[in-house]
Design a protein around this ligand. Structure first.
Ligand code: CTP
Length: 423
């Protein structure tokens, strides 16, 4: 059976980045996705990122003659089984309700005879405004399906309805509308890695001086691990995964083939990165070994040191016999075991979170773990989940101290240092 096809229209809201995750989820369900972005959507997400996810050209400007003659807005809608607007801003809903067609997205929406699903996301006051509610009523009468937004804290600091529903919920709704089951087992795992032809000329993806890590395989771990206590409870830590994701992104931008083994985090997969989602330390260790061989491994994950010794199949109940004991057992040390692995990466880098005697502790850790570098992270301030990191790179040859910088700047600098090592 031919795969179902979704034409995804992305409009300009803070939730536009979640459209990338939606594309990944839909593709894993075997659904083909083609994307149209409005001009303001490109302020939030680049067409390059979207193109990497859809593995296709991204459409934007109706007056681009080449695009129009090759495909045309009528064809874009004809080739789709369903049109999805995600996120749908108050602005596009208003234009749709009024029948305005002043760009490619709105022209498609006015001309199409295909079913349309709108997934609104906006500030709570905009959502509650009588004009928006009037437009929504009109659109429902016109036969447009509308997903209710989630309620909760918003990026703008307010609280209420208006948040974009979580991408798996949107993907499930799309599957229902396409008449195919939604397989939740397919929501995690690898994202597309092929870079579409149209983007090969982009500086970040061009072969040459911009890609000092071209041909290198880089393995990164990121995020926390969750260690189950019973089917509903777990032990975790506050790692956001952002530093590891930034490192994976910097490595991919510099041309490396990157595998990112990620603990449970709410972060978008960087373009071009192979992401493998795991929960526990045991799963992380298995996926790290699966990802070998690698030239460089950078283990940024905050792996839980312990897990529950026994995990019952059923939820532990309050049975009146007092507090149940929680017996812990040690998790494998992924970094130390990689150092002894027969496929040990040529450059093995560990991270260490320290609050005092940073270099002293990091130097001891370098020896204990058998790795080549320890990147020691000063966590005496607000680092876990914060924007900045200050690093000391401890190698067998000495210590380099880098100033407090945003996590993406630090990531780029670390990858440049690694590229120098290989040069
Ligand atoms: N690490 C690992 N597997 C573990 C624990 C840690 O691979 N089970 C890795 C981390 O990804 C990181 C480094 O080892 O690269 C951190 O070492 P760790 O000994 O956990 O250091 P800290 O978290 O700083 O803990 P402590 O100071 O308590 O030793």
């Amino acid at each position: 059976m031919a795969p179902k096809r979704v034409l995804l229209i992305v409009t300009g809201g803070i939730a536009a980045y979640k459209a990338l995750e939606l594309v990944r989820l839909l593709k894993r369900q075997g659904i083909a996705v083609r994307a149209v972005m409005t001009q303001s959507a490109t302020e939030f997400v680049t067409p390059l990122s979207m193109g990497v996810m859809t593995e296709d050209q991204v459409y934007g400007d109706m007056f681009d003659l080449k695009e129009e003659s090759e495909i045309g807005h009528i064809n874009l809608s004809r080739q789709a089984d369903l049109i999805v607007i995600c996120p749908a801003t108050a602005n596009i809903l208003a234009k749709m309700a009024a029948g305005i067609a002043d760009d490619l997205a709105t022209t498609i929406l006015l001309a199409t005879d295909k079913p349309v699903l709108a997934v609104p996301a906006m500030n709570v006051r905009m959502w509650n405004h009588p004009a928006t509610q009037r437009n929504l009523k009109q659109l429902r009468e016109d036969g447009i399906s509308i997903m209710d937004p989630d309620e909760g804290a918003m990026a703008c600091g307010e609280f209420g309805p208006g948040r974009l529903p979580e991408p798996p919920d949107v993907a499930a709704r799309i599957c229902t509308m396409l008449g195919q089951p939604f397989d939740t087992a397919l929501t995690s795992g690898r994202s597309p890695t092929t870079i579409p032809k149209a983007f090969e000329a982009q500086p970040d993806f061009a072969v040459g001086t911009h890609r000092p890590l071209f041909g290198k395989r880089v393995l990164v771990t990121a995020g926390p691990t969750y260690e189950a206590i019973d089917p509903v409870r777990y032990i975790a830590n506050r790692s956001s995964g952002r530093q590891g994701f930034a490192i994976a992104q910097a490595a991919a931008e510099m041309g490396a083939e990157v595998t990112l083994v990620a603990g449970p985090v709410h972060l978008v997969t960087p373009p071009g990165v192979i992401r493998i989602d795991v929960e526990s330390a045991m799963e992380m260790q298995a996926e790290v070994e699966n990802a070998l061989p690698a030239d460089v491994a950078i283990l940024v994950a905050a792996v839980a040191d312990w897990r529950a010794a026994d995990v019952p199949e059923q939820k532990i109940k309050k049975d009146g016999n007092g507090i149940p004991p929680l017996t812990l057992t040690e998790n494998p040390d992924i970094l130390a075991s990689l150092a002894l692995h027969k496929l040990r990466p040529k450059l093995l880098i560990g991270f260490a979170a320290e609050t005092e005697k940073i270099v002293e502790h990091a130097t001891a850790k370098l020896a204990k773990k058998g790795c080549d570098w320890i990147v020691a992270n000063d966590v005496s301030g607000d680092v876990m989940g914060g924007d900045n990191n200050a690093f000391h790179v401890v190698t067998k040859d000495g210590v380099e101290s880098w100033p407090d910088s945003p996590k993406d700047v630090i990531a780029r600098r670390l990858m440049e240092r690694i590229a120098d090592e290989f040069a």
